[in-house]
Structures are given as C-alpha cells and as structure tokens.
Design a protein around this ligand. Structure first.
Ligand SMILES: C[S@@+](CC[C@H](N)C(=O)[O-])C[C@H]1O[C@@H](n2cnc3c(N)ncnc32)[C@H](O)[C@@H]1O
Length: 474
C-alpha cells in the first residue's frame, strides 16, 4: 500500500494539451479516511489480508484519528461486509458482468455505493470523493464510468434497490434473505439447513448475523467476578455465562479496559465461554485431574479451562500446531496449570488416559462472520470438505487419548451441518462412543431444540453460532 498517495504525480494523459509552464495540475487529493478504507479493501483483495488486522495498523501508521478514523472504520468494515449486495446493485447499473470491471474501480465503486446507500454522507461528497479515488487508483479513463454508475445508484434508496435486485421472497426465500442481508447464497442455505427453517427463522438468523456484534468479556474465575467486572467496565453481567460480561455498544477498545490490561479478564464471546465451561461439567465417574485442549490456539478456551482446573486441582495440556499460535496460548495461560505443546493433534505423542478432552476444531468460522467483515465473501463451499476430514481425524485422535469413562467435548464455531452433527455423529458411530445430551451442560440457556447437540445462534442467544457435542468413551 502507498502511504503517500496524495503526492503521487498524475499519470500522463493521452490527447491532453501539453502542461502549462507552472506545471501539471494535480488530481484532487483523496481524503485520508476514504484512502485508508480503499487501501484496506485492496489489501483484502490482492493479499488475502484480514481487514480487522490491517486497518488498525494503517490508521496508526498514517496518524489518522478521531472522526477520520471512525469514518475509515465504518466505510471499510461496512463495505467489506456488504460486498455481495453492493455488487448486485452496481451490476444492475453497469448492465455488464462485474467480472469485466477493473478490480480497483470496483473497490472504489463499492465504497461509493456504500456511502450513498448506508451513510448520511451527502450525495455530492460520496460521488466526488469516489470519482477522485477512481482517478487516483485506476486513472482518468474510468471516471466517466464511475460517475455514471454512482449517479444511477443515487436515484434510489437501499430498500428500493433491494426490491429491484433481490429474488422474490416467496419463490426463492433463501436467495432473497441472502441478498438482503449480504450473505452468499451457500452460507444462507447452510443456515437454513441447520435451523430447519427457510422462513422467518432464517431471516432473523441472517439479520442478526449481519449486525455489529457486542463485545463480551470473560472474568478469570477465582480472580474477578462477573459483577465486579461489570461494575468496572460499565457492562452487564452476561445472561448465561457466570463469568461473562456484555459491554455496551461503543464502549471503546476492550484492550484498554483495566481488568483486561491486568489480565484478570479477556475478550471472549459468551458462546465460547459456555462451550469451555460445558467441557468441564460433563459428569464423570472416577478421576478428574487430567484435561486436554487439543486445538488450543490462540488460547481463549485454554485460559478458561486452566482457571477452572486451578480451582478443582486438575491440570491442562494444551496442544497447538502453529508455533506462533502456541506462543499466544502460553501468554494467555501464564500462571495457570497449563502446559503448552506445539504438535499436530492427530499425532501429539501425549500419554493417553485423559479424563476430559476439548476438541475445539479448526472450522469454516461461519458462526463468527459478524466479527470478520470480509470472511463471508472469502470462504468457499469447498473449504468445508477439507475441514470435515481434519475434524474427523482430530476427533479420532482425541478419542484414542481418552480414558474409558472419560468425556470428549467437540466444539466448532459454525452451524454448517457437515462440520457439526455430520462429522461428530459419524465419528462417534464408528468409534462406538456414547453420545451425551449436551443441553444439560448449558443450564438456563433457552431454545436449545431437541438435542442431543447444542447449536447457539446470534438471533437466539446473542452469541456466535457455536456448536457443542459431547461423547463418553464406554
Ligand atoms: C478454532 S481454533 C481454536 C480456538 C481456541 N480453542 C480458543 O478458544 O482460543 C482451532 C485451532 O486449531 C489449530 N490447528 C489446526 N490444525 C491443527 C492440528 N492438526 N492439530 C492441532 N491444532 C491444529 C489452529 O491453528 C487453530 O489455532
């Protein structure tokens, strides 16, 4: 990315008169907020970057603060999240396939259309700034095209556009809700299959999945109570997790909260807290001292398991394949009875005989799309097939490490049936394991369905869409 865009000389223009003596006229400068948003979208497109990792660094580097930083954040995340919806509107105005549009022009247009339809930025400012951006990033040749598209888009508001470009709700409810909530169709379909509902339930799930999520904190058990944490942060004790706090919208950077700085608390979705707690609550007969977290990085659940293990006299082995993520686990669990191992969970070499094992498996992350603006457009259906193979192998390896009578908790942050019930039930059947009803491990949590599995949802529980299943080795 270019930090000094505004100083870039104008490109030579064919057919233009020779520059006047005092020098060529510079193209108008693009304001820092929109330039930052554009540069992040370009990094997502060209380098597979994560918007929520690139943007904060870029704002710091360019010393963009205050209202400019807020605008850059809104434009970047909002545009990245709404990409499919913006593209459908742009395509209908362009009257040609988007694949034929220069990618830099398309990124700038998405930013412009987002401003027109989803912000209060005046129309002339949205159009002019986008045309300036197109000129700076792609060249003057594309400004007429961009201007024409933006003018066309600005003739209607978002809901009128949606009525025009979205499929009919009765004939194609999945397609209609997918477009209206900016989800790819295959993801909307996987939600519908998991919910067993392609009507109002699906609509509510997709709408909640498109809303900005609350920040949840977990207070370290034994160190700070949820009430204390809520009083310090101005948040509310979480409805279901005894250690959780939900922060009000716009509460600022949670890393700045004192208990988080002092490592008495951490950011963790309440659904993740509930799944880690569930793993510690499965009733066991006999010993309950050796716990294993087989996919531990970056260590959110390992830290909660470690704190609960410290209170009950157990110890935790935490396995993580990626060395840099294993370091994060070490940091998250320092001072707790947790030993970190850098290893492939399928062949960890650990001594069998664990009383409890958590397999928080690598997954598509379709349950946490709210937190990663571009993820829904990057993920592909084919990712799921590769992941289910790995999930099955990790489950099998974990089962080999479990003592007879021990409990294995399987968690994924996804509602996709192939990586939830599909892989779990098939593996449990092959291993002749006893499947337990995990709903009993989520006391007080409503709307858990018919069991035996638990699927949490943003629209029902205000959490990520975490899945939790439990088995016992006979
Ligand atoms: C869903 S994340 C775990 C999140 C973690 N439990 C937490 O709460 O912070 C899955 C993790 O498994 C790791 N992983 C992927 N393949 C693995 C393997 N074969 N063995 C062990 N860990 C693996 C990934 O690097 C990733 O850190």
């Amino acid at each position: 990315m270019n930090d000094n865009r505004e100083r870039r000389p104008s490109r030579p223009q064919r057919g233009r008169p020779a520059p006047r003596k005092e020098g060529p006229r510079r193209p108008p400068e693009v304001d820092p907020a929109r330039q930052a948003a554009y540069d992040v979208l370009a990094a997502v497109r060209t380098k597979d970057a994560y918007a929520n990792l690139v943007l904060p660094d870029l704002l710091r580097e360019r010393r963009i603060t205050g209202r400019d930083a807020a605008l850059a954040t809104e434009l970047t995340y909002g545009t990245a999240r709404a990409q499919g919806l913006l593209d459908a509107i742009i395509e209908s105005c362009a009257e040609r396939p988007l694949a034929k549009t220069d990618p830099a022009v398309l990124d700038a247009l998405r930013l412009g259309v987002y401003q027109l339809l989803r912000t209060r930025i005046p129309e002339h400012a949205a159009v002019t700034s986008t045309v300036d951006l197109v000129r700076a990033e792609a060249g003057s040749w594309a400004t007429g095209f961009a201007n024409a598209i933006l003018r066309k888009v600005s003739e209607k508001d978002e809901s009128t556009w949606l009525d025009e470009v979205a499929p009919d709700e009765v004939a194609d409810p999945i397609g209609a809700y997918a477009l209206r909530t900016a989800h790819p169709r295959w993801i909307a379909r996987s939600f519908a299959e998991a919910l067993g509902d392609k009507g109002a339930g699906l609509k509510a799930a997709l709408e909640a999945d498109d809303a900005r999520p609350e920040v949840h904190l977990v207070g370290r058990p034994g160190e700070i109570s949820a009430d204390e944490l809520a009083a310090i942060t101005g948040g509310d004790p979480a409805p279901y997790s005894p250690y959780g706090v939900r922060l009000p919208a716009g509460a600022g950077d949670p890393a700045d909260v004192e208990p988080v700085r002092e490592r008495l608390a951490a950011v963790q979705d309440e659904g993740s807290q509930l799944c880690a707690i569930a793993a510690t609550k499965v009733p066991l007969e006999g010993s309950d001292e050796r716990w294993l977290d087989l996919c531990a990085g970056p260590g959110g659940k390992a830290a909660l398991l470690g704190a609960l293990a410290a209170m009950s006299g157990a110890t935790v082995d935490a396995v993580e394949k990626a060395p840099h993520r294993a370091k994060l686990v070490e940091k998250a669990t320092s001072g707790l009875p947790v030993t970190v191992h850098v290893a492939d969970g399928r062949e960890s070499g650990l001594e069998p005989g664990y009383d409890r094992i958590l397999v928080d498996a690598p997954c598509s992350g379709l349950g946490a799309l709210r937190r990663r603006p571009e993820a829904r457009w990057r993920r592909q259906p084919s990712d799921v097939a590769d992941l289910t193979k790995l999930q099955g192998e990790l489950l099998t390896a974990a089962y080999d490490l479990l003592r007879p009578g021990g409990a294995l908790t399987y968690v994924v942050c996804s509602p996709h049936l192939a990586e939830t019930e599909g892989v779990f039930a098939e593996t449990a059947r092959r291993l002749k394991a006893e499947i337990l009803d995990s709903r009993e491990l989520f006391p007080g949590v409503p709307e858990l369905g018919d069991g035996p599995y638990v699927q949490l949802w943003p629209h029902r529980h205000g959490t990520d869409a975490m899945f939790c299943a439990v088995l016992r080795k006979p």
